[in-house]
Design a protein around this ligand. Sequence first.
Ligand code: FAD
Ligand code: NAD
Length: 464
Amino acid sequence: MKEIGCQLLVIGAGPGGYVAAIRAGQLGLDTVVVERARPGGTCLTIGCIPSKALIHAADEFHRLTVMATGASPLGITAARPAIELSRTMAWKDDIVGRLTSGVSGLLKRAGVKLVAGNARFRDGRTVEVETETGLQVVRAEQIVIATGSEPVALPSLPFGGAVISSTEALALEEVPKSLAVVGGGYIGLELGTAFAKLGAKVTVVEAEARILPQYDAELTRPVARRLAALGVEVLTEARAKGIVGGGKGLLVETGGKESRIAAASVLVTVGRRPVTEGFGREELALDMAGPFIKIDEQCRTSMRGIFAIGDVTGEPMLAHRAMAQGEMVAEIAAGHKAAWDKRAVPAVCFTDPEIVTVGLSPDEARAGGREIRSGLFPLSANGRAMTMESDAGFVRVVARADNHLVLGIQAVGQGVSELSAAFGLALEMGARLEDVAGTIHTHPTQGEAFQEAALKALGRAIHI
Ligand code: FAD
Ligand code: NAD
């Protein structure tokens, strides 16, 4: 049995853990990170990056499919495209490989020791790691738990065979003829849309009254319309009851009635749950917040010297939140003053069209008892959006009525994910409507819709 000591030990090398470790190394802390799978975590290996690769491939394929029908308004016709999904997956795997070895390289450059294996707490200062070459004991002055999350299974649809999670969906070698997606949230709609564009007959089974229930209805309407145009059937207030006919279909209950839908594969995407078992949590006395590890504004847990970051600490379960927490915790561990004082965590849903939210929606802002002003600018009045055949959607700005401080910005439209940086910056810098309206936005870009939405809220939009 080998034993090492360090100042900071990080468990899990996902976006939370690897960023914490790199920053800690940069700050001169003797740092060890333990990872049982591949560096990069869910995000790089089975989440954000592979899903966006598949979405891109599906978009390209679908564009050519439309051109092959002669229906493209651009006057372009093309031969009917074909796809070898196994080659698409190999291309995706190459991107993942480059990124995960990039993370290993960054850890090395920061002087961080990466230990491969499963970590388990022995006590609040000691962790043992089952490595390929035997047990490695790591004693640490401070520890960061960054164990992430995993897909939730449904009792009626346990994973296995035709019932898959996002991990298996992102490794399919062939496009299924029919795909039932249980859960019309982030993953279900991002991947469901991609497989529909690749030619699968997709049915979404959502328990709530509408898809993406966490967003306001105005934002999700263009997505619902596009799904319909792509031939995706959406069943709302519906429950999946189980597989029927030897794995050839899915039994669904809607409004008390049972029906069977075609499903060569059933993708279950009903949420993710924090990984709080399997690392010896029972050896510790950590307070919990529901299923998550409870943390304060410095990501400290209830035990001195133990931090927790990322998906294991709660919503929103997003990679950039985990990274920001990771960076902050490294600063604190190195003795610097820092606390979570972010004004907003932007969120993007990479559906077609994409949805961006930063800060408060109009309803959330009103719920605080505030008087608000909001301005909405449709992309149908934006020149750049028209030239890209992407004029469905809008940008909406929400501000305080009294001093015009921007409280929230939302957008729905093709490619609007790239506007999220400008939206986040405006909120973080405490911009007022006049700041956004008075900033020269490049023409022709979709960003002009942000400026116009601010002008609209001020009652002086130019282009509408
Ligand atoms: P994780 O990335 O889950 O990393 C945790 C790591 O800890 C894992 O590598 C795991 O192997 C390791 N680990 C766990 N226990 C142990 C142990 N005992 N010993 C050693 N190692 C251990 N978020 C976005 O912001 N944008 C997106 O576009 C996006 N798309 C997504 C698409 C999909 C299909 C999925 C599934 C998720 C997506 N997410 C997206 C969410 C994002 O992946 C997570 O929020 C993010 O990865 C969380 O980072 P984390 O560091 O907390 O945990
Ligand atoms: P989700 O919470 O986004 O969506 C789950 C959906 O399933 C909800 O609409 C819910 O109403 C529905 N549902 C729950 N139980 C159901 C049931 N029994 N039958 C039918 N529908 C049911 O969860 P997800 O799509 O699994 O994604 C998990 C998390 O991963 C997200 O919350 C997000 O934090 C992260 N993620 C982010 C991105 C992104 O940032 N673009 C992409 C993918 C995943």
